[in-house]
Design a binder for this molecule. Structure first.
Ligand SMILES: Nc1nc2c(ncn2[C@@H]2O[C@H](COP(=O)(O)OP(=O)(O)OP(=O)(O)O)[C@@H](O)[C@H]2O)c(=O)[nH]1
Length: 329
């Protein structure tokens, strides 16, 4: 809100009634005077309707109206006009306004004008304070809006982080079971639609219970992280998904990869794990792997059936002595 936007009560538009009042008086005074004189003559039964009598009456009306006009002009209209001019001058910026009326009347009118000027000044000050307050409120509103936007942005980031955490294994940083299940369903449907290969390998560390007992769970945790790192390094295409299903069990989902290709890469991975040395120089971590692959010649009926085939292959690998890979039938 600004002071300019408010209607100014002392604008020339507001002063216009003074002029129109003068016109109304010029027309109304003779009529009222004539009416009063006629009423008096009629009441006194002395109304002279002869031409001379009517001319005399008209002359009387003109003289009385002129006298009334002069009186009103001197006592009301002129001071009113000067008051309006004075107010306009103050509104335009003058703090004190000279007064042309002489003597005591001029002093009284000057005092009135001073009061009006004071009231106008107070109104101006109040309006300017309100204007200042409105600006302050707008500024605070802008700051609050900015804070709100920042809070909204932070909330969105936290939501994204939470969503990502809900799909990430906290120990290793790779995908968790939930993310893997989603990916498996999605990729299986795609493989069915495109009639392309899709390999699933379930990998399980051998004798990990014993490993924990011998080296401690901290070293066990570090071993799980190393395996996750190896998997991520080996399977790094955009479409590959490596996940920890829990405990010491991992899984690799490889869209577009057939059995023999997957087998070759997984053997390399097993070699790499074997070559990994523990801080004390020992390299006794081995993996058993169960591998199954969907293809037009091995069309599993569901994603669950494909995963179950890989699980069964892992079971066979474990029971065949561990540290090996077994392929689903
Ligand atoms: N350090 C560590 N150990 C874990 C974690 N999760 C599960 N384990 C341990 O992994 C071990 C798994 O033991 P088992 O299921 O008997 O398997 P295994 O000893 O590897 O035997 P096989 O699988 O038959 O070769 C248990 O001792 C668990 O406590 C983990 O996050 N960190």
């Amino acid at each position: 809100m600004s002071t300019e936007s408010l209607a100014d009560p002392l604008s020339p538009v507001a002063a216009r009634p003074v002029g129109s009042l003068r016109l109304q008086l010029a027309l109304g005074l003779p009529l009222v005077t004539a009416g009063v004189l006629l009423a008096i003559e009629w009441t006194l039964d002395s109304l002279d309707t002869s031409p001379e009598g009517l001319v005399r009456l008209a002359g009387l009306v003109v003289v009385i109206s002129a006298a009334q006009w002069l009186l009103l002009e001197a006592l009301l209209l002129r001071p009113l006009r000067q008051l309006a001019q004075g107010c306009e001058a103050m509104v335009a910026g003058a703090h004190t306004v000279g007064w042309s009326e002489p003597g005591e009347a001029g002093a009284v009118l000057s005092a009135e004008l001073g009061r009006i000027g004071h009231a106008v000044e107070q109104t101006r000050t109040r309006l300017s304070q309100q204007d200042h307050e409105v600006r302050e409120l707008r500024r605070e509103l802008g700051q609050q809006r900015q804070l709100l936007q920042e809070a909204h942005g932070a909330l969105e980031a936290q939501k994204r982080e939470l969503a990502s955490l809900a799909r990430t294994d906290s120990l290793t940083g790779i995908a968790n079971q939930r993310a893997f299940d989603e990916a498996l369903r999605r990729e299986f449907k795609r493989a069915q639609r495109l009639r392309g290969p899709l390999a699933v390998a379930v990998l399980d560390l051998d004798q990990f219970k014993e490993f924990n007992l011998v080296h401690g769970t901290d070293e066990g945790d570090a071993a799980l992280q190393r395996v996750a790192g190896l998997l991520s390094d080996r399977f790094k295409r955009d479409t590959d998904v490596v996940a920890r299903l829990g405990g010491e069990e991992f899984v690799a989902l490889l869209p577009g990869v057939g059995v023999s290709e997957a087998q070759g890469v997984l053997e390399l991975l097993r070699d790499e794990l074997r070559a990994l040395r523990l801080p004390d120089g020992r390299g006794d971590l081995t993996l058993s792997v169960g591998l199954a692959a969907f293809s037009p010649t091995h069309p599993y009926l569901s994603a669950q059936a494909l995963l179950q085939a890989a699980d069964e292959a892992l079971y066979i690998a474990k029971h065949a002595g561990r540290d090996r890979m077994s392929l689903a039938a």
